[in-house]
Ligand binder design. Structure first.
Ligand code: SAM
Length: 259
């Protein structure tokens, strides 16, 4: 039974890190006319209302996007605030955009989007939010969808893997899943988000990922204070295979501006 719901965390500092890098990569990859595939294994609901009791209860968005964009965590011409601004213009100033919605703001009509979400309510909300943007929304396990669609058509593209890590076995399974996906889709940009936890639960997974020696591997991490007392997440990480040219510089700029 899945209990994680991203509405409690949408717009937190980890989202800012993940979404800023995602928007940068997609903006870079869409500079060429050639179509691309965007796949997400753990999509969430796509659109989050920050004025709901769930979002207000944790205050995570206020500590994240609310404060960080104003403080200039990315430059004014970075694609992340532009994409978020377009979502807010369409859906209201109180929304926060999930990764599929941000991607939809950057992708073009020739691009293809496949999103997996397993939680029944999150899936239904995702389908309603993303179908108008031409996304194909799958109610199934994200890795099952990814393995069955790879290599996707078009072959150029990016996959975001953003699990909730509710099931601790996920940490152990992910390196093997990514290796298999890379074997099937050797040109794909495969990005994994992971939490940096006080318990260091993510560390063996990262060692295993790095030991695989996948091409163009890039790891980028930022740290932050726990969003509330006792919260175990103290940072956010992104591990990319076939990282696009320039991502290391874009990530370094984010680090330099990180509060
Ligand atoms: N990527 C989203 C974003 O940045 O806006 C947030 C996704 S949230 C961290 C993880 C999502 O994965 C949750 O909505 C959860 O219901 C979903 N999920 C959990 N296990 C899954 C699985 N095996 N397959 C697909 N989705 C799953």
């Amino acid at each position: 039974m899945l209990s994680y719901q991203h509405i409690y965390h949408a717009g937190n500092p980890a989202d800012v890190h993940k979404h800023a890098l995602l928007c940068w990569m997609l903006a870079y990859m869409t500079r060429k006319d050639k179509p691309l595939s965007y796949l997400e294994t753990h999509a969430g609901r796509g659109l989050y209302h920050l004025d709901t009791p769930e979002a207000l209860r944790t205050g995570e968005a206020a500590a994240g996007v609310g404060r960080m964009l104003e403080a200039g965590v990315v430059a004014d011409d970075h694609p992340y605030p532009a994409a978020l601004g377009r979502v807010r213009a369409e859906h209201g100033a109180q929304v926060y955009a999930g990764s599929p919605m941000l991607a939809a703001m950057i992708l073009r009509t020739q691009d293809r989007m496949d999103l997996a979400e397993l939680h029944p309510q999150e899936y239904e909300a995702l389908r309603l939010a993303m179908s108008p943007y031409g996304a194909r929304v799958h109610k199934r396990d994200g890795f099952d969808m990814a393995q069955s669609l790879c290599p996707p058509t078009p072959r150029r593209g990016l996959m975001l893997i953003d699990p909730s890590y509710e099931v601790k076995a996920e940490y152990g399974a992910i390196p093997g899943q990514i290796a298999k996906l890379h074997r099937k889709w050797n040109v794909g940009v495969i990005c994994l988000w992971y939490p940096i936890l006080t318990s260091n639960a993510h560390a063996p997974m990262l060692s295993a990922l790095e030991a695989q020696g996948l091409p163009g591997a890039l790891r980028h991490e930022v740290r932050f204070a726990p969003v509330r007392e006792g919260h175990r997440m103290i940072g956010s990480g992104l591990f990319a295979v076939n990282a696009p040219f320039g991502l290391a510089d874009a990530a370094a700029q984010l680090s330099a501006r990180w509060p």
